[in-house]
Design a protein around this ligand. Structure first.
Ligand SMILES: NC(=O)c1ccc[n+]([C@@H]2O[C@H](COP(=O)([O-])OP(=O)(O)OC[C@H]3O[C@@H](n4cnc5c(N)ncnc54)[C@H](O)[C@@H]3O)[C@@H](O)[C@H]2O)c1
Length: 445
């Protein structure tokens, strides 16, 4: 069928608004108003299909944003959506139908996506415990991958995802989209130009108040949900409705707390700004889940320090009401011998120079992380990715290091070349997990 045309779309807006959420309408309107796709510049590098055929895996919260993003990009076509929970696929199905004039194929089991030769790329927006294994399976099946952050649930599997990308020569983008925003790229160029002197400290701030999730008893698995497959590589526990969609972030079996949720975006920028492409020498953390008692396990208040030979990276999660610092609540502050630079959002930055910290250069600007992924898929140049899987692995690993130090309650010494701890079997045991049969992350990918 032909894609919806702009006039028809606008005429139908009232009816659409009644059947779709405001978000879905906005996403489809953006697509309908876009100009026609440009022909590829280098036809030799473009595959036989003009459009890159994408399967979105996990289509609830963030997955709907994946759907909306691909719908806006005319050189991609979402052919398939996949979710273990049949109850959630309505909005994605409707949005795709609205734009393409036909519904996507739906599959419940992601292994069918991997087996489908008519899918070029997968876009993974499942919970964290599935990210690395799904990415590895996709690489092994010959597909390019956009995988949400953190790219792993533990350090071992993140490194395996990098190895799979390299072994199968696949394009693997991490969902840390700040890396594609012009404002952030400019801030990093300013930092790396030396105009702030030597950067001796970076601070990542994740000051995002979140309420209690309360308590709910275990209960029956709802009809339409394949809970065994939802659990996948994690430990199979009795079903609890309070630990399913989204709230899995706050349970160690499936999530990584806010450090590995919101925090990883700011961790990624802190590491990028400091120019660190390896693990730190030491890590220590302190905190707790304060202010309420609920079914969550992860800390809502956490400070973590990472030591390097020439700099300190401090990260702070504050999940309860708090003040800002230099206008930053969710962002980063870099401290140099010649001044300070604040990243105040996903797109904005401001430098303060000299001993009096007078206002210096600043800026803002957006970008399209999904478009960057598709361009790399076409060019087959992983180096053109703004957030290659190696970057994603390192930033995810820093979050896992912070959580391991929190769990053990002591300073940990790290061997960066082996990505493990120094003479510390207890800490090393937390580098990986016991995988369920059928869902093992392979040691050799
Ligand atoms: N980059 C960003 O800005 C950003 C923003 C929000 C979330 N995220 C990331 O996106 C991911 C999803 O977050 P969310 O808030 O949408 O979570 P969610 O729990 O609301 O949705 C996850 C969906 O994945 C489905 N799912 C689980 N296992 C699956 C499997 N094996 N195969 C297919 N589907 C499966 C679930 O049924 C659910 O519908 C998380 O890893 C999160 O960190 C990234």
């Amino acid at each position: 069928m032909t894609p919806i045309d702009r006039r028809q779309f606008l005429q139908n807006s009232a009816a659409l608004a009644a059947s779709l959420s405001a978000f879905e309408v906005a996403a489809t309107r953006a697509r309908a108003e876009e100009p026609a796709a440009q022909p590829a510049k280098d036809s030799k590098k473009v595959g036989p299909n003009d459009q890159i055929r994408v399967a979105v895996i996990g289509v609830k919260g963030r997955g709907m944003e994946h759907v909306a993003s691909y719908l806006k990009l005319k050189d991609a076509r979402i052919t398939t959506i996949c979710d273990v929970d049949k109850r959630v696929i309505g909005p994605a199905t409707r949005a795709i139908n609205l734009v393409y004039g036909s519904e996507p194929k739906y599959v419940q089991d992601l292994r069918k996506v991997m087996d489908d030769p008519e899918i070029d790329a997968v876009s993974i927006a499942t919970p964290n415990h599935w990210h690395s294994l799904a990415a590895i399976w996709a690489c092994q099946a010959g597909k390019d991958v956009y995988v949400e952050k953190p790219v792993s649930h533990n350090i071992f599997e993140g490194r395996k995802a990098v190895e799979a990308a390299r072994k199968y020569n696949k394009i693997v983008q991490t969902g840390t989209q700040c890396r594609s925003q012009k404002g952030i790229q400019d801030a990093m160029a300013f930092l790396h130009s030396g105009k702030l002197g030597q950067i001796y400290m970076a601070k990542g701030l994740c000051y995002k108040p979140r309420g209690s999730i309360g308590h709910k008893p275990d209960g029956p698995v709802p009809e339409g949900l394949d809970y065994d497959l939802w659990t996948g590589p994690a430990e199979l526990k009795p079903f609890n409705p309070n630990k399913l969609h989204y709230n899995w972030h706050w349970v160690w079996n499936t999530g990584n707390g806010d450090l590995g949720n919101q925090g990883i975006h700011q961790m990624d920028l802190a590491r990028w700004g400091l120019g660190k492409m390896e693990f730190p020498k030491t890590v220590m953390s302190a905190g707790g889940r304060f202010g309420y008692k609920d079914d969550g396990e992860t800390p809502n208040t956490l400070t973590t320090d990472f030591e390097f030979d020439d700099a300190l990276l401090q990260f702070e999660v504050r999940g309860l009401p708090t003040n800002d610092e230099l206008g930053v609540k969710i962002g980063d502050i870099f401290y140099g011998t010649e001044g300070v630079l604040a990243i105040t959002s996903y797109t904005d930055w401001q430098a303060y120079l000299g001993p009096k910290l007078e206002k210096g250069p600043g800026g803002k600007g957006g970008g399209d992380h999904f478009a960057n992924f598709l361009q790399a898929v076409r060019s087959r140049d992983a180096k053109s990715l703004n957030a290659d899987i190696e970057e994603g692995h390192l930033s995810s690993a820093y979050c896992h290091l912070g959580n391991i130090a929190y769990k053990l309650g002591r300073k940990l010494h790290i061997n960066p070349s082996t990505e493990s701890f120094v003479d510390d079997a207890q800490a090393d045991a937390l580098l990986t997990r016991k995988y369920r049969q059928g869902f093992e992350v392979p040691t050799v990918v």
